[in-house]
Design a protein around this ligand. Structure first.
Ligand code: SAH
Length: 365
């Protein structure tokens, strides 16, 4: 499928045509990766972050966040719980928190491996290559690093440099993904949909790029504006859906975009994320990357807690990442508001995920 075809599908609204897309994606999923749904336990290690991403609630400049760090013991205990619940993989995710040294993360990985022999996926942001090498040696298996958008102008605008951080080019993240693969990790990436300044063509290019990068995992979700971030302040969420709304740009929005360098698009070009777009992105990603592991993400479950996850699984996805973070920390890892399952225990989250999978006639793996 070429970029124009992808862009046409993204803009498609006729229910009959969309039903065809869902069917095609579901068939492709079934033939290539089967009916099993991989459960991957998410552990949110720390909400400290040195970066200033204009969309993210735990950005360094957000002084209203209560910051936390999990101790190595807490991480190991959570991994043991994941193993007990039958998970094959844990995903350790975090803000870019350099108070965890190369050695301390390596030690956590070694302990998790020794005690559970579970597959370890890391999502710790940009780190020096030597850290990634050490963690691979310690037993880590996979690394997730979303490239967020393939538009260089938009990427640069929403990832301003911080005092200690200079990488603000999407190309840098693409190079990092290549490096991670060379080190021996399975790699995952993805984007957000509905960022201000993101065009339909950009999003089609993102999906094409998934195919070119031959990713093992691809996670995408709606952009959910966070009121305590620069973008969320100028582009507040629709109170009902949590999604970003767009019309003709207001004067304050224009000034903000001009200062930040966010492309100002004609309304017809601007991606508007409605209830269906995240599923179109999953379905098209499945068609472009038939064998990839594609999660029905937490952001999708946040927009529609009752059926979002199940719809994602029925329209191309084959992975769910239940949040196993200890309850007292969950609501503090607030990258966007009202994150799904932020008051549950790990057991409750696990039960709900399994129930969703069984309700649609699939089985957990
Ligand atoms: N520091 C790590 C992990 C980031 S959090 C890293 O940089 O890789 C994981 C993902 O959450 C991000 O890659 C981003 O795509 C997504 N995210 C952040 N803020 C968001 C928001 N407001 N709405 C939707 N998704 C968001």
């Amino acid at each position: 499928m070429n970029r124009t075809e992808i862009a046409n599908w993204l803009r498609e609204t006729r229910p009959k045509r969309l039903a065809e897309l869902w069917h095609l994606a579901d068939e492709t999923r079934r033939k290539n990766v089967g009916d099993g749904v991989f459960l991957r336990g998410l552990i949110e290690l720390s909400n400290h972050c040195r970066r200033r991403c204009l969309y993210c609630g735990i950005r360094a400049d957000n002084g209203t966040v209560t910051r936390y760090r999990m101790t190595p013991n807490e991480v190991v205990e959570t991994a043991i719980l994941a193993k007990k619940l039958g998970y094959g993989t844990v995903v350790i995710q975090s803000g870019e928190d350099f108070s965890y040294s190369k050695e301390s993360i390596a030690e956590i990985i070694e302990r998790v491996k020794n005690e559970t022999d579970i597959i370890v996926t890391l999502s710790l942001g940009e780190r020096p290559e030597e850290d990634w090498l050490a963690w691979k040696k310690a037993g880590a298996n996979r690394y997730l690093l979303r490239f967020e958008t393939s538009s260089p102008a938009l990427y640069r605008a929403i990832h301003p440099s911080a005092k200690t951080v200079t990488s603000i080019e999407v190309g840098d993240r693409l190079t990092m993904l290549k490096t991670l693969r060379e080190i021996g990790y399975e790699i995952g990436s993805g984007v957000m949909t509905g960022l201000p300044g993101q065009s339909w063509d950009d999003l089609a290019a993102d999906i094409s790029l998934f195919g070119e990068l031959a990713l093992d995992m691809i996670g995408c979700g709606p952009f959910l504006p966070h009121p305590q971030t620069p973008i969320g302040k100028y582009f507040p969420p629709n109170p009902k859906t949590g999604l970003c709304t767009f019309g003709e740009l207001s004067e304050p929005q224009k000034t903000f975009c001009a200062e930040a360098g966010i492309p100002m698009l004609d309304p017809a070009e601007q991606v508007v994320c409605d209830a269906e777009l995240p599923f179109k992105v999953i379905a098209l990603t499945r068609l472009v990357c038939p064998k990839a592991n594609i999660p029905s993400t937490t952001a999708i479950a946040t927009v529609d807690p009752v059926s979002g996850r199940k719809l994602g699984l029925s329209r191309g996805a084959n992975v769910i990442m239940p949040n196993l973070t200890p309850t007292q920390y969950r609501k503090l890892y607030s990258i966007y508001p009202n994150k799904a399952a932020s008051t549950q225990s790990a057991e409750e989250t696990d039960q709900m995920a399994r129930q969703h999978i069984l309700e649609i006639g699939r089985f957990p793996r």
